[in-house]
Design a binder for this molecule. Structure first.
Ligand code: NAD
Length: 256
């Protein structure tokens, strides 16, 4: 379905980004993987994904907290078909104690990088008359939880940016949508468990069942493959008139 298209997925050497990159490759797309590191393991990962799916896969290092590096990623990729803005970090603390540098980093990586990458990719998409921008927001782009001020603010911002991008590009063959995952068991979630255990004074099992999945009526984590399948759908012809909206993949979280 996506043969001949190239997808740039920010923050894709692990978790949801990697899961989306693999499903896009399975659908035939060439893929650019990215993170801020430049390790042998990153380039090996690109080789492995290429070997698994038989498409072209490159790894391009770029730090999504830096506007110029966001724009350089798109330039180096040299392709403007599919952009998945996925890079993201988390920090959990009450507002009075929330470290300023964490606030700035979360706003930069989780929200502003989507703006910079989109700004760099749109002219190429306009020239092609086809493009797909997929922003990985969150159930926290639609609802809130205590202790996640920067993350919730950034993800609500991403949902707003999604709508503006869609309006500006409507009728040009370019769509922009946000996928809003509920809890997916990836490294970003693993890392929250110790903090949540401290904040709530709970065991690991209780944090998973009573704090994380308590909000997710299915009682199950969503998977990275399900995020990838949703991204492939948004790239398909069936989704050509879906733009400026959010798709929740959250086991019913936002229905509550
Ligand atoms: P993850 O920690 O596995 O992945 C985050 C990715 O971003 C990694 O590849 C990491 O290397 C990359 N990254 C971090 N800082 C970067 C930087 N400065 N420059 C470039 N890349 C950077 O976590 P994940 O769960 O896969 O998260 C991916 C996205 O999905 C994030 O935007 C996150 O907010 C969102 N999300 C995750 C969940 C969940 O439950 N896991 C739920 C909702 C939304």
């Amino acid at each position: 379905v996506l043969k001949g298209k190239t997808a740039v997925v920010t923050g894709s050497n692990s978790g949801i980004g990697l899961g989306i990159a693999k499903e896009l490759a399975r659908a035939g797309a060439n893929v650019v993987l990215n993170s801020y590191t430049d390790d042998a393991a990153d380039h090996k990962l690109a080789e492995d994904v290429a070997a698994e799916f038989g498409t072209e896969v490159r790894y391009i290092q770029a730090d999504m907290s830096k506007p110029d590096q966001c724009r350089a990623l798109i330039e180096k990729a040299g392709a403007y078909d599919i952009l998945v803005n996925n890079a993201g970090i988390q920090h959990v603390a009450p507002i009075p104690e929330f470290p300023v540098e964490k606030w700035d980093a979360i706003i930069a990586i989780n929200m502003s990088s989507a703006f910079h990458c989109t700004a760099a990719a749109l002219p190429g998409m306009q020239k092609n008359g086809w493009g797909r921008v997929i922003n990985i927001a969150s159930a926290h782009g639609l609802t809130a939880s205590p202790f996640k001020s920067a993350y919730v603010a950034a993800k609500h911002g991403v949902v707003g940016l999604t709508k503006v991008t869609a309006l500006e590009e409507a009728g040009k063959g370019i769509t922009c949508n946000a996928i809003c995952p509920g809890y997916v068991l990836t490294p970003i979630v693993e890392k929250q468990i110790p903090d949540q255990m401290k904040t709530h004074n709970m065991s690991r099992e209780d944090v998973i069942a009573k704090v994380m999945l308590e909000r997710q009526p299915s009682g199950e984590f969503a998977t990275v493959e399900q995020m990838g399948g949703t991204a492939v759908f948004l790239c398909s012809d069936a989704a050509a008139q879906i733009t400026g909206t959010t798709i929740s993949v959250d086991g019913g979280w936002t229905a509550m």
